[in-house]
Design a protein around this ligand. Structure first.
Ligand code: ADP
Ligand code: MG
Length: 385
């Protein structure tokens, strides 16, 4: 009987996890509240329900041999029920409930980073009610960054407060504050940890973000940083994942300061947008690597065949959209340009609708090809060009 992989979450990450599992002859069951989610069409079966519903999680558990996550904001009761099912030998959970509990809350994660001796920006964890937040600027200065402890993703849940005036918009939610790192560059390292403790890191990538929405825009792999910085980023990320001890793929986001110091920004216990290029640029994609790890298979090779640039296709308008023509021939626009579309109906501003990966030896050529492809797609797809 094929291994049954249960996935909590039905987004695009789940969509590619399902495809990778199928390639390895496994069966997938996706828990999502939306029957039309990006992963719904690639899963073998669906459990329709909320990620906070213990009942839905129990149905997923009954149908699965191993459970994993494509999103970290899973309700606390669901996590407890998964831990209980695992204790009773009903299912395996990877990367593990305790790992998820540690990382899904930004305050707990930062405390763990500090305890582990890993480099991260100084911070303060705050409760929902904190009188006179403007006092925080004495320690952290301006701009100051506030991050909701729970539930944020793609820049939602993060705000950069630039002036004393902005401090009036301080959110009354449990949060973490830290100083704003000016002129920082951003790097990510994807690290897989197998059942046997083996560790495998993809080459570090550099990332650029939309400055207003803090959403990831573009990924360059390998990162355009010195070999020394790349090696150090890889060493920090690998050590962090080793210490975490979970099984699966992890994404370690780092800042590189103007003074060339590396700080861990955050760690995600899952596949990540920074690794989409691996679908075409590496012998083992991040999605296959995650499935291999949680299934107890040996990890695959991660040597990158060609340099890659990946650009997210972000929604531009709230106009509703009919079936995009793009799906007809997604890979045929230009050689080594790969267009992916997630099948989301509503192109909300800043929403990740798809992505394009371009494999070229020259980053300049890659960017020209990407821009040309986006220009042709933008009018028909309501994406930002
Ligand atoms: N202290 C900081 N200094 C500068 N930029 C920051 C800082 N914290 C966050 N950002 C920007 O906001 C983005 C999103 O923040 P992050 O903590 O990674 O939250 P998310 O969970 O939304 O990914 C970062 O990738 C970075 O571009
Ligand atoms: Mg982030």
């Amino acid at each position: 009987m094929p291994l049954r992989v249960g996935i909590l979450g039905g987004g695009q990450l789940g969509r590619y996890l399902c495809q990778a599992a199928r390639k390895l002859h496994m069966e997938t069951i996706v828990l999502t509240s939306d029957p039309e989610s990006p992963a719904s069409h690639t899963a073998d079966r669906l459990v329709i329900g909320s990620l906070d519903s213990v009942d839905a999680a129990t149905r997923l558990t009954a149908a699965s041999d191993v459970i994993t996550f494509e999103i970290e904001s899973i309700g606390p009761e669901v996590l407890l029920s998964l831990a209980d099912a695992e204790r009773r030998g009903k299912v395996r959970v990877a990367p593990g409930v305790s790992v998820l509990q540690k990382l899904q809350n930004k305050a707990l994660q930062k405390k763990w980073l500090v305890r582990s001796g890993l480099p991260t920006l100084p911070f303060r964890a705050l409760p929902a009610t904190f009188p006179r937040p403007e006092r925080l600027t004495r320690k952290f200065g301006l701009p100051l960054v506030q991050k909701a402890q729970l539930g944020g993703y793609d820049g939602r849940g993060v705000q950069i407060l630039k002036t004393e005036e902005d401090m009036r918009n301080f959110w009354p939610v449990p949060s973490v504050v830290e100083h704003y790192l000016p002129n920082a560059r951003e790097i990510a390292v994807l690290v897989a940890r197998g059942h046997d403790g083996s560790l495998m890191a993809y080459p570090p990538v550099s990332m650029t973000f939309d400055p207003v929405q803090n959403v990831l825009l573009e990924v360059t792999s390998p990162a355009d940083v010195s070999t020394g910085i790349a090696k150090r980023a890889e060493a920090i990320a690998t050590y962090a994942v080793e210490r975490l001890g979970g099984v699966g793929l992890f994404a370690v986001e780092l800042f590189l300061s103007a003074e060339q110091t590396l700080f861990i920004n955050e760690i995600s216990p899952r596949v990540h947008n920074a690794g989409h290029h691996t679908l075409e640029s590496c012998p083992t994609s991040q999605f296959e690597q995650h499935i291999r790890a949680i299934a107890g298979l040996p990890l695959g090779q991660v040597t990158q065949a060609r340099p890659a640039i990946m650009r997210n296709l972000l929604g531009a308008t709230a106009a509703s959209q009919t079936e995009p023509k793009l799906n007809a021939d997604p890979g045929a626009r230009a050689e080594n340009v790969f267009v992916h579309w997630y099948g989301k109906r509503e192109p909300r501003p800043g929403r990740k609708m798809g992505h394009i990966t371009c494999l070229q030896d020259e980053p300049g050529t890659a960017r020209t090809l990407l821009n040309a492809t986006i220009e042709t797609l933008a009018p028909q797809l309501a994406i930002a060009s």
